[in-house]
Design a protein around this ligand. Structure first.
Ligand SMILES: Cc1cc2nc3c(=O)[nH]c(=O)nc-3n(C[C@H](O)[C@H](O)[C@H](O)COP(=O)(O)OP(=O)(O)OC[C@H]3O[C@@H](n4cnc5c(N)ncnc54)[C@H](O)[C@@H]3O)c2cc1C
Length: 466
């Protein structure tokens, strides 16, 4: 299938000022912002009910300097946030985009809360790796399903048209290279062509395209893909056909804590609160506290590609704020025993090796020393009976590579000029994680979906051809 087609000789079925492809967090934030700025967006979505990877996520968005943080006495700033993003990305992320998302995240959260009624609060009982302040904002259930449902309700209340069951296939191009429409496959097999003055690509990355994953992220080629299967890399393929510049295609968000065989995300709070991971030989194998994204490949390198996360009742109480964790408990994924020996027997790991690991890490919590991998445990995070274990594997959550954009989300060509009326946000655009899985700071996914979505919507509405 050709990804782009000249518009000459093509009859349009409709013409809209602003078309948005994809009704995940990026597309809906773009639509809300564009509508507010006076444009009439039309959102098209391949699925019958918009969900995307957004619905599968924990719905947590990092933001600095919000009123939710101030109410809890949390000191933070966009500058500190930007420095955290770049430290994790090894300074390999575009500085202008990092500044835009770090500056825009606080206003984004307050806009969604105050104007659109999303009841955010800030998680204040554990922190994620690499964030130097408590800044993860979430909705009551801590689920992305709640986030997407609330965004969709906000869009509907704002009178935004979302047309589902429409797969965008081909971009229509004017002779001088400007995008002027999209050819769409409808659920009934018919095709329609919608002209537009501006187009926002909000159709995420290529995690759902095994060929592209094999080509760009071979280490995750056979891993469980835990994101939305409909995200098949259309944005980068259109972009490449247009002479746009994809970047950091090997970067991704992995996760080293998906309960198996139940396929339920187990929050990384279990590790950050003093839990550890052991392989089926009862041995620890790395510094788990560096980040859950890089931990996916570490877990997959262990025998059988599975490990056990070990924690206790205190940690379970923190984790229980997540609906996913409560579901994991209900489905029987969490093993509980009163002693280390009994837990070792229950999960079939060699008891001596397992007990030796726990004895060592508990001692380090008292001495504030570092383990052989460099992990330093916080004082006061001792594990006490009853002990818990959950068997987990590593998974690919979403790709972080995408189209290079400027700070107004306009897609850049390989010669660094921009395609004036083509915008990208969320997983369609290159992320702020640099070129590796380890560069992913928790929350970078929804950060770039929501904040860049809002910026793209504003920019597209402001001047569709400037
Ligand atoms: C299990 C899990 C947990 C996560 N937790 C978090 C978290 O807590 N915090 C965080 O920051 N990030 C998290 N992430 C990452 C986050 O979910 C994504 O980065 C984010 O949702 C991307 O938003 P998006 O709008 O770009 O894409 P999506 O939400 O995937 O939306 C893209 C939409 O485009 C549609 N689409 C695709 N192609 C086409 C086409 N050709 N035509 C029409 N429609 C199309 C898709 O159907 C989809 O609805 C998590 C991811 C997973 C998988």
């Amino acid at each position: 299938m050709s990804r782009i087609k000249p518009v000459s000789g093509v009859t349009l079925d409709a013409q809209v000022p602003l078309l948005i492809i994809g009704a995940g967090a990026a597309g809906l934030c773009a639509a809300l912002a564009a509508k507010e700025a006076g444009a009439e967006p039309l959102v098209i979505e391949r699925d019958a009910v918009p969900a995307g990877s957004t619905s599968l996520s924990a719905g947590l968005i990092p933001a600095a300097g919000t009123r939710f943080q101030r109410a809890r006495g949390i000191a933070d700033s966009p500058q500190l946030f930007a420095a955290d993003i770049q430290r994790k990305a090894k300074n390999d992320a575009d500085a202008a985009v990092v500044d835009a998302v770090a500056q825009g995240a606080g206003p984004l959260i307050e806009w969604l809360a105050d104007r659109h009624g999303l009841p955010f609060d800030v998680i204040d009982n554990f922190n994620y790796p690499g964030h130097s302040a408590l800044r993860m904002h979430g909705l009551p259930t801590r689920t992305g399903l709640e986030l997407i449902n609330r965004l969709r309700s906000a869009a509907e209340s704002s009178g935004i048209s979302i047309v589902s069951g429409r797969l965008a296939e081909t971009l229509l191009i004017e002779p001088h290279g400007q995008v002027c429409g999209v050819e769409i496959l409808r659920g009934d097999g018919a095709r329609e062509r919608i002209g537009c003055e501006a187009l926002i690509l909000a159709c995420n990355g290529y995690g759902g395209n095994p060929d592209l994953v094999r080509r760009h992220i071979p280490e995750m080629a056979s891993a469980l893909y835990f994101g939305h299967p409909g995200n098949r890399g259309d944005a980068i393929q259109w972009g490449e056909a247009l002479g746009a510049q994809p970047a950091h295609l090997g970067a991704y968000q992995g996760h080293g804590s998906v309960a198996t065989p139940h396929n339920i995300l187990i929050t990384w709070a279990v590790i950050m609160q003093g839990g550890v991971q052991v392989n089926i030989e009862g041995r620890r194998f790395c510094d788990e506290s560096l980040g859950y994204s890089e931990q996916a490949a570490e877990v997959l390198r262990q025998p059988g590609g599975v490990v056990w996360s070990i924690f206790d009742a205190r940690i379970a109480a923190v984790a229980r704020q997540f609906e996913d964790f409560r579901n994991a408990e209900q489905t029987g994924a969490i093993v509980t025993r009163q002693t280390v020996q009994a837990l070792a027997d229950a999960i079939h790991v060699p008891p001596e090796a397992f007990a030796a690991e726990l004895t060592e890490t508990e001692a380090l919590k008292t001495s504030a020393g570092r383990d052989r991998y460099g992990r330093q445990f916080a004082a006061g995070q001792h594990l006490a009976p009853p002990f818990h274990a959950v068997k987990v594997t590593g998974a690919l959550f979403h790709t972080q590579g995408g189209l290079l954009i400027d700070a107004a989300c306009r897609v850049k060509r390989t010669d660094d000029t921009v395609i004036p009326n083509l915008f990208a946000a969320g997983g369609a655009a290159v992320g702020v994680s640099g070129s590796t899985a380890a560069g992913y700071l928790s929350g970078n996914g929804l950060l770039t979906a929501t904040v860049l979505g809002r910026l793209a919507g504003q920019a597209a509405a402001r001047g569709r051809t400037t």
